[in-house]
Design a binder for this molecule. Structure first.
Ligand code: ATP
Ligand code: MG
Length: 882
């Protein structure tokens, strides 16, 4: 084995779960299995190099300057890449002997959750790394608890939240992390394994999740004495947070990208929306997975990437505190009311680059001159924006705070950067030329020397041309030969013979030209090269100095970046509100849900005219809210109506104006939506199973504060099975969940329930029949539909006339049997709410409560108290009803 292969195998063995990018000159090479995998994934040629154990070693490579492009593809395909660099000049290695290999080591692991490069990131999305830690239930019947820590190293955000197992999927859906880390043990655990199956998970050894060392690891990362600095974090939160930072250190090989101290998020502070609901409502992307057509795309009027990321965060996590919501709405209102200020601020914002990401790259040593320029532009934009905001007297809290943050960074830094940076900047600092002339004396002198030498070369060319009488003689430069004298082939013979050959030394013969060098030229070249080296060295020193100045006020810069984003979001939402005539919603702690003139934020932008509709689920006099049963023909607009009301609530709680004339909403704690039928074959569930699993989640979790949207529940099975399930579901929502709900259905029998359930209201979407055709009015009015016009819609869709005709005949037959009246009779015969009653708490609970009530702790000895505790525990352990 060659020494190089030996080195390769050793480094590869230390990084078995990564593809190894092994630096050789201008290429990253991959060998063995890595080469097979990468050549297939990237569509690059597989070659071979040498032999190992008698077999050819497969090899493929990517050029260093295009590495990002290939990394991007590999990461998107779920690979992890270890980047192994040459740590010394090959010349150094040769000094140690002919056989010695260049020292190399891995400088970074590239994983989906730990990216900083613009070329690898979507500017409009956060890129979260998320760690999950679990505290297992200590007794049966108790739920296990989870702590989630998540961070974006490209922006420095770092947050913590806790939740129960039942909410885990919803939280993961909200954060949509690019990479999830869990311990090996948790990865294989039946409680979480099904949840994680379709997600980008990296299982890690248990030391990363070791709770005993968690606090120290976290404190070390932030270079603070104890983690108490971050407030009282639970052991579980510490474990998750420490796992995150340990993984960052591991992938960045010891570097510590600056993170904000972990911020705690109370689970109850955000509206809970589970994964199915998010998908159904197409919040971030459509069901087809596209951003276009999503709610986010429809409401996004931001002009900066950071603003867009913040908008996405807010849409993903609407608030539940009316005061916090009002704060955001106040800011939107200011911009909505003041068109001049709005235009002014947005013009200022458009010039602002991505401060957070430039900052993060500089901090890990991956920044370039353009990142420094971004900081300069960002700081100038921030100061400028602060001035524009000052023009407005008495701004609301959100704007005042943002303006203060915008003014905080030291203005000296922007001035310094402006003085230092040249007008045109290369992408990489090693290319040099980014320091402005006149900024640094030494650098200017060195550059002058270089320029001077260039002039000398020009003079030399004229001199040689004169001496040899060859007018076409040129002095040229390339990377292989350096400087050389070039003459045409017919002239060349004279240069190879005496006397010229004493001056001109032959270097290369091409088809038409011959190239020579001279001692003078070589000396000049050495001078130029050393001046260039020195100039570059000086520039790099200046770069590091400037980067250090940036790092010194990183926290201020980050906050200014966040303030820019917050202003961008508020001004963007105001622009949307004006453009689409949105109204400020009234959000309070009650249980009302009263929308007048509501529209669907996405559909109304494409469907004109869009018919606005009202919805009032407010409780009649103090009790719980109402349920609407929505009936109406196919294509009438039921699903649109359901979704628009859910979306109006989401928009209101994220702090946006809403597509309605008026909206009064008592905050929702959870939003559930089950729309249409969707397969989830990947997770081994059929259409109907998915429908029922999701309905079960709703019935088990919805509270009086929740809003539930159910669209055609029970459609995936036989008619009577479906009808029965839908029926029982409505009863349960009305009697036990007591939530506000919208229920769309083609089971017209269900409208009969309104006679028995007092908070149930029937509404229908109107159509007109005109010469045998249906005309869709899209108007929601009180009342019930008695038919679905399915056959008319089928005809519109182009079913063959024979099929349509036959269907009409069959329908007439079935209607003659009069299913409807049977169901009407049913409602009188069925013992009402039998289902709801059966779901009453099990008797065992009552027995426990009675036993507890009988205890009098004041009169018990410690011994008696302990006995009582065991007795209670034994009772709880017995099967229900015992
Ligand atoms: N309020 C409205 N104003 C204008 N057009 C509307 C409105 N609501 C819905 N539409 C249009 O009607 C189409 C059908 O709407 P939707 O899917 O909501 O009908 P549906 O009643 O749920 O039908 P189905 O019973 O077949 O599921 C939509 O794609 C949209 O283009
Ligand atoms: Mg529908």
């Amino acid at each position: 084995m060659t020494p190089m292969m030996e080195q390769y195998i050793e480094i590869k063995a230390a990084n078995p779960d990564c593809l190894l990018f092994y630096r050789m000159g201008d290429f990253y090479e991959m060998f063995f299995d890595d080469a097979d995998v990468a050549s297939r994934a990237l569509g690059i040629v597989l070659t071979k190099r040498g032999k190992h154990l008698g077999k050819d070693i497969p090899m493929c490579g990517v050029p260093v300057e295009r590495a990002d492009e290939y990394l991007h593809k590999l990461i998107a395909l779920g690979h992890r890449v270890a980047v192994c660099e040459q740590l010394e000049d090959p010349a150094e290695a040769r000094k140690r002997g002919a056989k010695s290999v260049v020292r190399r080591d891995v400088v970074r692991l590239v994983t989906p959750g730990t990216l900083t490069e613009d070329s690898l990131l979507d500017a409009r999305r956060n890129n979260y790394l998320l760690a999950i830690a679990r505290a297992r239930a200590s007794s049966a019947g108790e739920a296990s608890r989870f702590a989630l820590a998540y961070l974006d190293i490209s922006t420095g955000e770092f947050r913590l939240t806790e939740c129960e197992g039942s909410a885990l999927a919803a939280v993961l859906a909200r954060l949509d992390p690019s990479e999830i880390i869990v311990s090996d043990a948790l990865y294989g655990d039946p409680e979480v394994a099904p949840l994680l199956r379709a997600l980008p998970v990296t299982p890690l050894t248990r030391d990363v999740f070791d709770s005993a060392t968690a606090e120290r690891r976290l404190a070390d990362y932030f270079a603070v004495a104890t983690a108490d600095a971050f407030g009282a974090l639970s052991r579980l939160e510490l474990t998750a947070a420490a796992a995150c930072v340990s993984y960052v250190e591991r992938t960045q090989i010891g570097k510590r990208p600056p993170l904000s101290p972990p911020q705690r998020e109370a689970a109850s502070a955000t509206l809970m929306i589970d994964a199915a609901t998010r998908a159904n409502l197409e919040l971030m992307r459509t069901l087809a997975g596209e951003r276009r057509g999503s709610v986010l795309a429809a409401i996004d009027r931001t002009v900066t990437p950071a603003g867009c990321r913040l908008l996405a965060q807010r849409l993903a996590a609407p608030l539940t505190d009316p005061a916090a919501i009002a704060r955001r709405l106040d800011a939107v209102e200011v911009f909505a009311e003041d068109a001049l200020l709005r235009a002014d601020v947005r013009a200022g914002l458009a010039a602002a680059p991505d401060l957070a990401r430039a900052l993060a790259r500089l901090a890990v040593g991956r920044g370039g001159p353009r990142d420094l320029a971004a900081i300069r532009e960002g700081l100038i934009a921030a100061a400028d924006l602060a001035r524009r905001l000052d023009a407005r007297a008495g701004p609301p809290a959100e704007i005042a705070e943002a303006a203060a943050a915008l003014r905080r960074p030291d203005p000296g830094l922007a001035r310094e950067l402006a003085a230092a940076l040249a007008a045109e900047l290369a992408a990489f600092k090693r290319e040099g030329g980014f320091v402005r002339a006149g900024y640094d004396r030494d650098l200017d002198d060195t550059r002058a020397l270089r320029e001077e030498s260039r002039r000398v070369i020009a003079a030399l060319q004229a001199h040689y041309a004169d001496d040899t009488q060859v007018r076409s003689l040129k002095i040229r430069h390339n990377n292989v030969l350096g400087y050389f004298v070039e003459v045409t082939a017919p002239q060349a013979d004279r240069f190879m013979a005496a006397p010229l050959n004493s001056t001109f030394i032959h270097r290369q013969t091409l088809a038409g030209q011959v190239r020579f060098t001279t001692t003078e030229l070589a000396e000049l070249e050495a001078r130029i090269a050393s001046a260039a080296d020195r100039a570059l060295g000086l520039e790099l020193e200046i770069f590091e100095r400037l980067a250090a100045r940036v790092a010194a006020i990183a926290e201020d810069i980050k906050e200014a970046g966040q303030a820019l984003a917050a202003i961008d979001v508020a001004a963007g939402l105001a622009t949307l509100a004006i453009e689409r005539r949105y109204a400020r919603p009234q959000v309070d702690g009650g249980l009302d849900f009263a929308i007048t003139g509501g529209c669907h934020p996405v559909v109304e932008q494409t469907q004109t005219p869009f018919v606005a509709n009202d919805c009032d689920l407010s409780p009649p006099a103090g009790g719980p809210g109402r349920i609407y049963v929505v009936t109406g023909p196919n294509m009438a607009g039921k699903s649109t109506y359901l979704r628009q009301n859910a979306l109006i609530a989401v928009l209101a709680q994220m702090g946006s104006f809403v597509p309605a004339a008026h909206a009064r909403i008592g905050v929702l704690d959870r939003l559930f939506s089950r729309v249409g039928a969707a397969d989830d074959l990947a997770r081994g569930r059929s259409t109907f199973m998915v429908e029922m699993v999701e309905t079960a989640a709703i019935l088990n979790q919805a509270t009086e504060r929740s809003l539930v949207i159910l669209d055609e529940i029970g459609r995936g099975t036989a008619t009577f099975d479906g009808l029965s399930i839908a029926w029982a579901t409505i009863e349960h929502l009305h009697e036990r969940n007591r939530c506000r709900a919208l229920f769309a259905t083609h089971f017209h029998e269900l409208t009969a329930l309104a006679a028995r359930l007092d908070r149930l209201t029937n509404v229908t979407v109107r159509v007109k029949e005109w010469e045998g055709e249906v005309v869709f009015l899209h108007e929601v009015t009180p009342g019930a539909a008695d038919r679905s016009y399915g056959i008319q819609v089928a005809r519109l869709a182009g079913l063959p006339p024979a099929v349509i005709e036959r269907a009409r005949v069959i329908l007439a037959e079935i209607e003659a049997q009069d299913r409807t009246s049977k169901a009407r009779r049913l409602i009188d015969d069925l013992p009402l709410f039998a289902a709801a009653a059966a779901a009453a708490p099990p008797a065992a609970d009552d027995a426990l409560i009675a036993a507890l009530a009988a205890l009098n702790p004041d009169e018990m000895s410690p011994r008696e108290a302990l006995d009582a505790l065991f007795a209670l525990k034994a009772k709880a352990a017995k099967p229900q009803g015992a």
